[in-house]
Design a binder for this molecule. Structure first.
Ligand SMILES: [Zn+2]
Length: 399
């Protein structure tokens, strides 16, 4: 990276310019891009082939790199020693500062199954913080993902069995109201009684339904999709295994082209062959790389909290009672792993952590693209998917 000299004049607004080999804005590629930033916002995206770098601008050049939108993680519980269910300003600040350094601009604050009073109070506090908006240099939740309590006992993973509930529209509505409507995604096991009715109801309220933590048959999964389900929660994990006579939830998710599907690409949750299978099945428009990260992400080995329960973290594995309990993954690492396992292009990898989650959630105005007028939240990526720099509101956080 090279920095050009800046010649700020008192009567001229300071402009920052970011250049690279290529830029992917969420839809198209621009060769030899120039991104011009003023007061933390993008004021122009051009090609050097057609225009000049403005005189006096402070230039950061990422030689050979691709510029792309900041990442959007639709499944994350915490990091930097904090869980989103703490729902305190200092917790979200710590999480947001850590994520921003790893290229993430936006996320869905993801709950785990907990006592209803705890869940409702977390949702109320999260809603206030989401409404208030971010401080500088932080990734910020643009909504909430409810992971639980409407999950299968058989595939609950680490969700506390005594707190799981059958799908219930009144319970969902209490959570939705507590969150002031900021719930954007809900994981739901399709085989539970009342799941189809709840999927229909939640979809009508603008919440995307993601099938998961489930032992559903193919028929049960198809019924949830017909009722509006649009995505699948951490494909393979906490999911009925593939069977050639009963394809189940997994076979249905992999072969239904309209369905988005999350994947935790940390080298621990899934073997590389299964990452390739997921990629072949879902392709560049339906894959969602997520972290499912918990509070230990970015922290040393030790004991941490996920929602209300203790998790032991050693050598990159987060475990509770012998079961994987989230991850310590970051999306920049997930991107590298994904490219190494599949040979996919940087642009296709970026799609799975920017445009696809924005499209799945419908939050295309707030995440997943680069455009004039938006905050200058972008990343510079090398050809292997490694994060060279995370730029937040026009400021380089890492390089
Ligand atoms: Zn999770």
């Amino acid at each position: 990276m090279r920095f050009g000299a800046g010649y700020g004049c008192d009567n001229v607004r300071m402009q920052k310019v970011f250049t690279a080999e290529r830029l992917w804005d969420g839809k198209r590629v621009i060769d030899h891009p120039i991104v011009i930033v003023e007061d933390g916002r993008i004021v122009a995206i051009q090609s050097r082939d057609a225009s000049e770098i403005p005189a006096g601008a402070q230039v950061s050049e990422f030689v050979g790199a691709t510029l792309g939108p900041a990442f959007f993680d639709v499944h994350i519980h915490g990091s930097a020693g904090h869980d989103v269910m703490e729902a305190k300003p200092n917790a979200l600040q710590a999480i947001g500062a850590f994520l921003a350094k790893h290229g993430t601009g936006t996320y869905l604050a993801t709950t785990v199954t907990a006592a209803m009073d705890t869940t409702l109070s977390s949702l109320e506090q999260l809603a206030k913080l989401i409404r208030r908006g971010p401080d500088e240099a932080q990734a910020w939740p643009v909504g909430i993902h409810l992971e639980g309590p409407f999950l299968s006992h058989v595939k609950r993973g680490v969700h506390p069995p005594g707190l799981l509930q059958k799908p219930d529209i009144a319970v969902f509505d209490r959570m939705f109201e507590a969150a002031e409507g900021h719930v954007r995604l809900m994981t739901l096991a399709p085989e539970l009684p009342g799941a189809v009715e709840l999927a229909t109801h939640a979809t009508a309220r603008g919440v995307r339904v993601s099938v998961g933590h489930s032992n559903a048959t193919a028929a049960e999964t198809r019924a949830a999709i017909a009722a509006g389900a649009t995505s699948a929660t951490h494909t393979y994990n906490a999911m009925r295994a593939l069977d050639h006579r009963e394809p189940g939830i997994l076979g249905t998710v992999l072969t239904t082209d309209s369905i988005f599907a999350e994947l935790i690409c940390d080298g621990i949750h899934n073997a590389p062959e299964m990452v390739r299978l997921w990629w072949k099945a879902k392709g560049p428009d339906r894959g969602l790389l997520v972290t499912d990260a918990m509070s230990a992400a970015g922290m040393p080995d030790g004991e941490y909290q996920l929602g209300g329960f203790a998790v032991d973290v050693a050598n990159g594995r987060a475990m509770a009672n012998g079961v994987l309990a989230g991850s310590v993954l970051t999306l920049d690492r997930a991107l590298c792993n994904f490219l190494a396992y599949t040979g996919a292009t940087v642009e296709d990898g970026l799609r799975a952590i920017t445009a696809n989650p924005a499209s799945m959630t419908g939050l295309v105005d707030q995440a997943g693209s680069l455009a004039v007028g938006q905050p200058a939240n972008l990343v510079a990526i090398d050809s292997a998917g490694a994060l060279l720099a995370s730029i937040h509101a026009g400021t380089i956080l890492t390089s």
